[in-house]
Design a protein around this ligand. Structure first.
Ligand SMILES: NC(=O)C1=CN([C@@H]2O[C@H](COP(=O)(O)OP(=O)(O)OC[C@H]3O[C@@H](n4cnc5c(N)ncnc54)[C@H](OP(=O)(O)O)[C@@H]3O)[C@@H](O)[C@H]2O)C=CC1
Ligand SMILES: O=C(O)C1=N[C@H](C(=O)O)C[C@H](O)C1
Length: 271
């Protein structure tokens, strides 16, 4: 078994990019081979470790995957949907595995990633934290016991800079619950309410989004009956939980065959 996996990070100067660099430095089984930023960035040539505030790592920010092709085996990508599709295409053409944390993909973009995963191993997960991946299991149980007769609402809160809504995690929560109940999320999801909405459709799954300040990420699923309700909540207080999960995913993915995987498979929570 390999002892150290060489990674590259795209979106290296982003909120997640910098946290991923810091996390890589803390993992003996991970070697940071390259950190990439958009060409034209003023950060070109800056040491990635200095950028992340953890001291020099002797890896200078560069502007293309082509230049880093010999320096890594697994790419970790937390950028934007458009960029992630381009980066996955590049990985498929160059035989590199990729861990994708980006959220906000549309159906067509997801299909393209699925097709690239026929050529190389891909982990695609809207949330890399252990707690959230455990939460999928708790949601399945709650849906099984209460889902058919309770009102189901999903509430998520994130920082003011977040671009997509609802969050990828909230959408996945909805999918997990809808799948368990045999409902089609595309048909039963209600994204926010306003005006004379009429009484609640009992089969609907509602989504509410808060964007405020520096909230890192909070998700609640509510199963409400008359007289009682269950709320399952996950709160992130540090991006390091996502970054550490990504390191785990990169190390695991190095040994896998081509295919599309999720974080539950990385964590051994499903086969
Ligand atoms: N799966 C998970 O566990 C988590 C997922 N996320 C997701 O990760 C993504 C990034 O989040 P966050 O780090 O907060 O965002 P940031 O905006 O802080 O960082 C995004 C980075 O990607 C770069 N980037 C964006 N578009 C492109 C492009 N077209 N080409 C090249 N580089 C690009 C940005 O460069 P520039 O500044 O020049 O635009 C920036 O460096 C989001 O989709 C978010 O939802 C976040 C946390 C956890
Ligand atoms: O943008 C973020 O910050 C986060 N995005 C992910 C999502 O959309 O679910 C994961 C986490 O909640 C943080």
């Amino acid at each position: 078994m390999i002892e150290q996996v060489r990674i590259a990070i795209t979106g290296g100067s982003g909120r997640m990019g910098r946290t991923l660099i810091e996390s890589a430095k803390q993992h003996d089984n991970i070697f940071l081979g390259a950190a990439i930023e958009r060409s034209g960035s003023t950060l070109m040539g800056v040491d990635a470790g200095e950028l992340a505030g953890v001291g020099a790592m002797n890896v200078l920010i560069t502007d293309s995957l082509d230049k880093a092709v010999d320096d890594f085996d697994v790419l970790i990508d937390f950028t934007s949907p458009e960029a992630s599709v381009i980066h996955t295409d590049w990985c498929a053409r160059h035989g590199k595995a990729i861990v994708i944390g980006t959220t906000g993909f549309n159906h067509a973009q997801k299909e393209r990633i699925t097709s690239y995963a026929e050529k190389v191993p891909v982990v695609l997960a809207p949330n890399m934290s252990v707690g959230v991946n455990l939460m999928w299991k708790l949601l399945e149980l709650a849906a099984e016991v209460m889902g058919d007769y309770s009102d189901i609402e999903i509430i998520e809160s994130h920082h003011r800079h977040k671009k997509d809504a609802p969050s990828g995690t909230a959408l996945k929560m909805g999918e997990v619950i809808a799948d368990k109940l045999g409902r089609d999320l595309d048909k039963c999801a209600i994204y926010g309410r306003e005006g004379m909405t009429g009484e609640r459709d009992r089969e609907s799954i509602g989504f509410s989004t808060i964007r405020a300040g520096d909230i890192i990420g909070e998700h609640t699923a509510m199963f409400a009956d008359v007289g009682e309700r269950i709320e399952i909540t996950h709160k992130s207080s540090s991006r390091m939980t996502y970054a550490n999960g990504s390191m785990r995913a990169a190390f695991w993915l190095y040994d896998q065959d081509a295919g599309l995987y999720d974080m539950q498979q990385v964590l051994g929570l499903k086969s």
